[in-house]
Design a protein around this ligand. Structure first.
Ligand code: 5AD
Ligand code: FES
Length: 350
């Protein structure tokens, strides 16, 4: 335990550790967690105080041309009823969100070629024109650099694209051979070069994931230096090839959140919906381990259930206002406070 404490203290002071030290922390038993979470919270409070940032998530299409083995909206899932939101429906979500205090909108969807670059630019610039005080985040997958540039020129400033796993062999175990980790990573560097604030991330406990894979993920993230790291437990979905695989664990997800807070002190770390799905207090526990962002759902209730990346997803029956209030209570319940500003990554405030 002394050894582990020493490593945690060094992470606190220098934000880094050797592979061997990280391996030790990743594989240690639960006795290290209280101290780990305490130090992670200390650093979070030093940089962000008690603030928790709100992002309104609009899941605007569940059509996807990809066939990732873990994902419920994969094109091979014929059981799923598909939907798309019109521009007007998306703007209506923003209008409702704005009235509830949201100042960041995250447009997320499957990779759906129905939405051409022109349509995405039109939607982004309309939101930008109506709500110039809001940040627009896109999460629509792997695109050409020129497309990313066009979205940026239309007013998008943030982009979420989890790298999923940095290890190429592991990536191929999770995706059909037409997809590659190299291309996905290239997209992230393209986005950064254009000037986006970028978010990457992984699923914790995805099938076949090893400690060595997670180490590679950490080293990749150090190279990328992302503004956000989104992680949640892998949750199995019955209509995928991974139907029989085990869920990821709450404990490993919390431990990684704390490690990321120590290694990337400024990063925005959401307490994700997957974390809230695996345990009723998952998001609260995440906040106490270093997370500082929540992303409640702003999608129309009628479609919520259909954006089923995994089974038993929470919040599918709740109106936007209910989710907003529910999260406010949850965040306050563990001693933090929701702020309704754009909530930039602290790097951008210096
Ligand atoms: N369990 C947990 N997370 C998932 N995602 C996709 N499918 C699952 C699943 N079964 C995550 C991926 C993706 C993000 C939008 O959701 O990491 O990048
Ligand atoms: Fe949606 Fe709690 S956050 S109901």
């Amino acid at each position: 335990m002394d050894r582990e404490k020493g490593i945690i203290d060094r992470l606190f002071d220098s934000s880094d550790a050797s592979d061997e030290e990280l391996r030790l922390l990743l594989e240690a038993d639960a006795s290290i967690d209280a101290y780990l979470f305490q130090r992670a919270d200390e650093i979070r409070q030093k940089i962000y105080g008690k603030e928790v940032y709100l992002r309104g998530l609009i899941e605007f299409t569940n059509h996807c041309k990809n066939n990732c083995y873990y994902c419920g909206i994969r094109c091979g899932n014929r059981e799923l009823e598909r939907y798309r939101l019109s521009k007007e429906e998306i703007l209506e979500c923003c209008r409702e969100g704005y009235a509830l205090g949201y100042r960041t909108f995250v447009l997320q969807g499957g990779e759906d070629p129905y939405y051409t670059d022109e349509m995405i630019c039109d939607i982004v610039s309309s939101i930008h024109g109506l709500y110039p005080d809001c940040a627009i985040t896109l999460s629509v997958g792997e695109k050409e650099k020129s497309s990313y540039q066009a979205y940026f020129d239309a007013g998008a400033r943030r982009y979420l694209l989890r790298h999923e796993t940095a290890n190429d062999a592991h990536y191929r175990q999770l995706h059909p051979s037409v997809m590659s980790s190299a291309h996905r990573q290239q997209c992230l560097f393209d986005l950064k070069e254009i000037g986006y604030q970028v978010g990457t991330g992984i699923m914790v406990g995805s099938p076949f994931q090893t400690t060595e894979d997670i180490l590679e993920d950490i080293r990749f993230m150090q190279k990328l230096d992302p503004d956000m790291i989104g992680i949640g437990p892998y949750l199995t979905h019955p209509d995928t090839p991974f139907a029989d695989q085990q869920n990821g664990s709450l404990d490993t997800t919390l431990r990684l959140l704390a490690l990321f807070r120590l290694m990337f002190p400024y990063v925005l770390l959401p307490a994700t919906t997957a974390l809230g799905t695996i345990h009723p207090k998952g998001r609260e526990l995440g906040l106490k381990a270093g997370a500082n962002v929540v992303m409640p759902n702003l999608s129309p209730t009628a479609f919520r259930e259909l954006y089923s990346l995994y089974e038993n997803k929470i919040c599918t029956g709740d109106e936007a206002a209910q989710c907003r209030n529910c999260l406010e209570r949850r965040v306050q319940g563990v001693g933090y406070e929701i702020v309704t500003s754009v909530g930039d990554c602290a790097k951008f405030r210096k």
